[in-house]
Design a protein around this ligand. Structure first.
Ligand SMILES: Cc1cc2nc3c(=O)[nH]c(=O)nc-3n(C[C@H](O)[C@H](O)[C@H](O)COP(=O)(O)O)c2cc1C
Length: 185
């Protein structure tokens, strides 16, 4: 079974990006074991903390989930035209110790999508992830892009996608990324 791990870069309860992740999980095609990881509980990176106690439990858990996956779907909000610090911080922890980077990220399939209430739908945040994905030696998927714009009018009260075009796009994207992940593992 091909495994994909999805991670939302937002901590808040009513997060559009977490809603998008949950909908992506539902639309994963047959043959895909889609798991959801979380950045909740990950402290700010502190080299002294790492030296004294190693990786915090929430980091170790997510790191193991990434290593056990064949592909990772990053669902990123956009803060000030870049990725949110909390999400970057979590991924930074997942590059520690540096000697593990290849094991965790090397050649791992990664796709980035995102949602924003604004008109550009995280385009600059998704762009900001690219140098990180390159540095970590991932196998980025560039087969499609999904910027969910005006997210406040896309999701209904239940957190489901009420916009047919967005739903169809996400379904197609999940099929494309899943095929890419499956082909490489
Ligand atoms: C500090 C901060 C900066 C933001 N900057 C941007 C931005 O540059 N572009 C954008 O589209 N939205 C921006 N927003 C709005 C977010 O897209 C919005 O809060 C969104 O709901 C966050 O994602 P979430 O719903 O998954 O938590 C910003 C929000 C915050 C709190």
């Amino acid at each position: 079974m091909t495994k994909i791990l999805g991670i939302s870069g937002s901590l808040r309860q009513g997060s559009f990006n977490t809603m998008l992740l949950n909908q992506a999980a539902k639309l994963a095609p047959e043959g895909i074991d889609f798991q959801i990881g979380t950045i909740k509980g990950i402290p700010l990176y502190d080299g002294d903390l790492e030296d004294s106690s190693g990786l915090p439990p929430a980091v170790q858990k997510l790191k193991t989930q990434v290593m056990e996956s064949d592909g990772v779907l990053l669902v990123t909000p956009e803060y000030n035209n870049s990725m949110p610090g909390v999400f970057k911080n979590a991924i930074d922890w997942l590059t520690r110790p540096a000697s593990d980077v290849t094991r965790v990220w090397g050649n791992r399939a990664v796709a980035v999508i995102g949602a924003s209430p604004g008109n550009f739908g995280t385009i600059l945040s998704q762009q900001a992830w690219l140098p990180v994905l390159r540095l970590l030696g991932t196998r980025p998927w560039f087969g499609d892009r999904l910027m969910v714009v005006r997210a406040d009018s896309v999701f209904n009260e239940a957190g489901e996608i009420a916009d047919e075009a967005v739903l169809a796009h996400l379904r197609k994207l999940m099929a494309g990324f899943s095929a890419f992940v499956a082909a490489g593992h």
